[in-house]
Write a protein that binds this ligand. Structure first.
Ligand SMILES: Nc1ncnc2c1ncn2[C@@H]1O[C@H](COP(=O)(O)OP(=O)(O)OP(=O)(O)O)[C@@H](O)[C@H]1O
Ligand SMILES: [Mg+2]
Length: 279
């Protein structure tokens, strides 16, 4: 809803909540440049699940009337840099919900911050509460010293039961195998969405698109530079692809300024990959 849009007709719960959010100002607002769900490279099944979730969030009131509902919590599972945080923001963007974020480490460092965050979420709802790197807290309790915090977090989800689920908890982990089974029970983080590095085909398409958008007609692309970029990114993440292209473009742009050349070379890509990936 835009600021200049007028409220007419009965003030529904949803309108009341949106008005509250305007009053709360920036709290829960997304940063600039959040990607659309369609811009996230992910397995088809996962994208389907994400779109379905976004739809259910948008239609939460109608869904409730029909006796259906949203999950209380969702777990995003996948290796680092595969788009979990981005996807959580995309979901908030697609549904128009507010977005608040914390991490397992933040909650461990300041356990009271969790209750504060939940209260904030209730103030700005409908709201996505995203907990990044949740492993530390939701790890099987036999292996962690954070049993109390696990209880605290899960009891927030349990306590929210019965209410309109317009605070959606999303937790992200790189280690689903370590998560306490109690955390993924019904009424808790009951749905799972998988993230992974892109297939070679998806990576090739992504690389071609971003290089085409950055290397306009003023550049001369050396034969093999695009293919080499794709090869070097095989098995890597979109975050890696973004970093590699940024670095290679910087090298080419610096040379262009110093030497009045306009070429984007295989060597730029190779050097960039070496400096980013070779540890
Ligand atoms: N599958 C993807 N599609 C589109 N963009 C992506 C994808 N994966 C990563 N990115 C981009 O790479 C950057 C890092 O991604 P993000 O922080 O979402 O990864 P993550 O899975 O949350 O990683 P971590 O486990 O380290 O927290 C973001 O700028 C994001 O836009
Ligand atoms: Mg993340």
């Amino acid at each position: 809803m835009h600021r200049d849009e007028e409220f007419t007709g009965p003030v529904t719960f949803e309108i009341g909540m949106k008005a509250m959010r305007l009053l709360h100002g920036r709290k829960g607002r997304l940063p600039e440049g959040v990607k659309d769900i369609s811009d996230i490279i992910m397995p088809d099944a996962s994208r389907g699940a994400l779109c379905n979730l976004a739809y259910r969030m948008t239609e939460i009131e109608n869904l409730e009337k029909l006796g259906s509902t949203l999950p209380r919590g969702v777990m995003f599972v996948g290796p680092p840099g595969t788009g979990k945080t981005q996807a959580a923001m995309s979901l908030a963007k697609a549904s128009g919900w507010a977005f608040l974020k914390t991490t397992g480490a933040d909650i461990i460092a300041d356990p009271r911050s969790w209750d504060r965050l939940y209260r904030e979420a209730c103030d700005v709802r409908p709201c996505v509460v995203f907990i990044d790197e949740v492993d530390g807290i939701l790890q099987d309790r036999r292996h962690t010293g954070h049993g109390m915090l696990t209880e605290q977090l899960l009891s927030t989800l349990d306590g929210a039961a019965g209410r309109t689920p317009d605070v959606l908890f999303i937790a992200a982990t790189n280690h689903y195998d370590r998560i306490d089974t109690a955390a993924v029970r019904s009424g808790r983080f009951e749905e799972k969405i998988l993230f992974d590095v892109p297939t070679n085909k998806a990576m090739a398409a992504y690389v071609r698109t971003i290089l085409a958008s950055k290397l306009d007609g003023a550049w001369k692309v050396e034969t093999g530079a695009v293919a080499q970029t794709i090869r070097l990114l095989s098995g890597r993440t979109i975050a890696d692809a973004d970093a590699l292209v940024r670095k290679a473009m910087t090298l080419a742009a610096l040379r262009r300024m110093r030497e009045q050349t306009v070429d984007f070379r295989v060597a730029d890509v190779v050097y960039a990959a070496h400096s980013i990936f070779a540890q």
